[in-house]
Design a binder for this molecule. Sequence first.
Ligand code: NAX
Length: 324
Amino acid sequence: AQTPVKVTVTGAAGQIGYALLFRIASGQLLGADVPVKLSLLEIPQAVKAAEGTAMELDDCAFPLLSGIEVTDDANKAFDGASVALLVGARPRTAGMERGDLLQANGGIFGPQGKAINDNAADDIRVLVVGNPANTNSLIAQQHAPDVPAERFTAMTRLDHNRALSQLAAKLQVPVTEIKKMTIWGNHSATQYPDLFHAEVGGKVAAEQVDEVWLRDTFIPTVAKRGAAIIEARGASSAASAANAAIDHVFDWVNGTEWTSAAIPSDGSYGVPEGLISSFPVASRDGKWEIIQGLEIDAFSRERIDASVRELEEERAAVRELGLI
Ligand code: NAX
């Protein structure tokens, strides 16, 4: 039998954790033939709740789930881990400035990066979900000098999936008809969902919708969907975020021709090297590759640049705070 793969989930007692863990244990993260061991990392006051979730995982008697540990010790949680889903983060609360938010998250993602560096398996792959996801991923990466930099990623797959579903609804086509969707930049309101490279029925998507809809409805609807979910549900996206995390890791491990993921920039498309920014990516042999050679027109350039500028500002801020 195959050795179980250890998957660590932080913020395991939270609402995304609750939507995520059962899907991992059922085989959807890595594949229906890959046994998994789960490690649930929480802060001390939430360990008991995470233990409750672990009891429910037990009660599913998942054939692929070979063990569960619950801990508040990051070194233990990441020991031997091959996949780390960093979901727990410090949310922005009323009156909190960006500097305070970055500082609080630096206090989480710096030490977790170091714990990954010191304890994880050689093939560790990290997906940061907790916001501000791109910059939290950068902080963790900078504390893990022994881990290849490209193993640190952040999630824009939820934005990608939102863009697919908005476009499918507009054109009255199944989502499977849409190819080459791309989210560029930061997982924030500045993100740029790009219809100039997306294709529907083999033709450019931007040419099948009117310009006003693209600019004034599509882009803001995708970028502000998180807020719309909070408004409707009274709670932030959880099952859809968990679903996107599953998609991201599954494709990273098993390969894909085209999706969106925030990965360390190599300077492609004018995105400064090292920023963890969303790109059109393929995955081959377990590695993300930025899809090259796309023509970027003035409309897209302006929007990519604006989102990348925000990422640069966040990087400058965490440098100034001594967090990286
Ligand atoms: P919850 O508040 O329900 O859960 C967060 C959990 O993290 C809590 O149980 C908390 O105890 C735990 N936690 C806090 N600090 C921790 C630490 N240092 N170590 C381990 N655990 C810790 O939030 P939830 O709705 O699950 O969202 C989690 C994060 O995902 C938030 O930062 C949220 O902003 C972010 N999101 C990111 C999305 C994306 O597309 N990248 C979309 C969904 C979501 O908004």
